[in-house]
Ligand binder design. Structure first.
Ligand SMILES: Cc1ncc(COP(=O)(O)O)c(C=O)c1O
Length: 477
């Protein structure tokens, strides 16, 4: 075959590539990517981009819109350049207080000197070896630290949250030989096709994509109880529905591999369930011989105080997924379980980058730093302080319907006067905050989330909240 067509090395070169380049030029007016230029228009019209960001940011955004897939969506035009602790500098030199932490990733702070030193030292030695095929010390040291912090005896490494969830799904399927899952409304577990089956946060994330069979049920969203009940008289009826409704009417426990749950729902709206909720879900799983899998991708690594958020609820899941903050900014995910459960044989599951040497070194240094700094207490104190200040704001700003959170995972739900959701005002507040120099992200239908680096100082938090207050007052008009 190659004899006729020539060598594989010159296949398509130079003619084909040249043709493609030319066709891109000639077909430009029909190029779907041109639609992305509207993002620039959107920023300009909606928030007066020219007044807010400098010329270098504007130029980068203009170029970015031409080459990046339009499926990523940005809430405002931040173009980052550098960062330290909880402060980010944009490409034109403006500083921002960071209440996002790279989507709950930079728990040990931006440019943490101890993490950076560990990365540099490993960089000098070796970056990647293909840990799935060989052995090395950094991922082993990290595994021992994870065992010490979590109590689970085995770890499987991957590169992201969605992959940790995929690994947990596969382990549950392999172990139980049952094909179905249970997950919750508002859940976010990732966007690869397995994890997406569990995700139930926004229909846009799922439309047109095939999924595995997952039955969704109600999470304890007490501010908007889906069952119109009141806590505590409800007796966490939402949890009980797994047993009383799903297992009776829709999906036999005999066919259920696992229940997937976030200790605090993240992307779905920073929803904190009452204490008994997780205990009840765990009881149902135990009684029905179904695995409980905690997705701690966002809640883990001291974000809510203890290393794992499930510790707040005194519940231990059979499998726990970690990612996000684990690598302190470098990609790494992990699935944790005990050896009696994670006893699958060689070759069943693996990947190329899991246990990457640089990511492992970064993760270990970050966990050691967070432990040494007694972050559990710090997170509780700071979380209480931020919630308190938001509740004070709420007294004069009825558009804040609910302030909730656990540790440094805090949500303010923005509502209309009849308590219905108000995503338009929510987005306006987030953009006004950006103009003030505060970085926030939306989540859920109408929530603003506060998930700062855990190292944020009292002064930074207060300055950020002062600026947030100004933004809120402007957007509330
Ligand atoms: C709870 C949870 N699980 C899974 C994921 C997916 O993680 P990733 O974006 O790293 O794939 C996220 C991401 O936000 C998450 O919050």
């Amino acid at each position: 075959m190659w004899e006729e067509g020539g060598s594989i090395l010159d296949y398509g070169e130079p003619e084909t590539l040249e043709k493609w380049r030319n066709s891109e030029k000639t077909e430009k007016s029909e190029d779907p990517m041109r639609k992305q230029e509207t993002e620039l228009d959107f920023f300009e019209q909606e928030i007066g981009l020219l007044d807010v960001v400098g010329p270098r940011a504007r130029e980068i955004i203009g170029q970015d819109c031409k080459v990046m897939s339009a499926c990523v969506s940005r809430p405002y035009p931040l173009v980052v350049d550098r960062a330290k602790g909880s402060v980010i500098k944009d490409i034109d030199g403006k500083e921002y207080i960071d209440f996002i932490a790279g989507i709950a990733v930079m728990n040990s702070g931006h440019s943490n000197p101890e993490v950076n030193a560990a990365i540099s030292a490993q960089l000098e030695k070796m970056v990647h070896c293909g840990y799935g095929d060989f052995f090395a010390e950094p991922p082993l040291k990290l595994a021992k630290k994870l065992r010490e912090l979590s109590g689970y005896s085995k770890v499987f490494y991957c590169n992201s949250g969605t992959e940790a969830v995929e690994a947990a799904m596969k382990l549950a399927l392999w172990k139980t030989k049952r094909p179905n899952f249970i997950a919750f409304y508002n859940a976010f577990h990732g966007r690869t096709l397995g994890a997406l089956s569990l995700t139930c946060s926004k229909v846009r994330q799922k439309e047109h994509f095939p999924t595995m069979r997952t039955v969704h049920t109600h999470y304890a969203y007490c501010y908007r109880c889906p069952l119109n009940l009141e806590y505590p008289s409800c007796g966490v009826e939402c949890a009980k529905q797994i047993e009383n409704l799903i297992f009776r009417k829709e999906l036999s426990p005999e066919d259920t591999a696992a229940v997937f749950i976030e200790p605090v729902q993240g992307e779905g709206g920073y929803i904190v369930p009452p204490q008994e909720f997780h205990k009840e879900v765990k009881r149902i799983c135990t009684d029905n011989d179904v695995l409980l899998i905690a997705d701690e991708v966002q809640t883990g690594c001291f974000r809510t105080g203890p290393f794992l958020a499930m510790e707040n609820f005194e519940v231990r899941a059979d499998i726990t997924c970690l990612a996000k903050a684990l690598g302190a900014g470098l990609p790494i995910g992990a699935m944790l379980a005990d050896s009696t459960l994670m006893d699958w044989p060689p070759g069943v599951h693996s990947n190329t980058f899991g246990g990457n040497l640089l990511s492992s070194a970064s993760a270990l240094a970050s966990l050691e730093f967070l432990e040494k700094e007694n972050m559990e207490n710090r997170v509780r104190e700071m979380g209480t302080h931020i919630r308190q200040r938001l509740r004070e704001l709420q007294e004069n700003c009825p558009c804040i319907g609910d302030v909730r959170g656990l540790g440094l995972m805090i949500g303010a739900e923005i509502v209309k006067s009849d308590k219905s959701i108000d995503p338009i005002r929510r987005d306006r507040i987030v953009r006004e905050a950006f103009k003030e120099g505060v970085l926030l992200l939306p989540c859920g239908d109408s929530v603003i989330r506060f998930s700062p680096p855990l190292v944020m100082t009292d002064e930074e938090a207060d300055l950020g909240l002062d600026k947030f207050e100004k933004a809120l007052r402007r957007a509330a008009k």
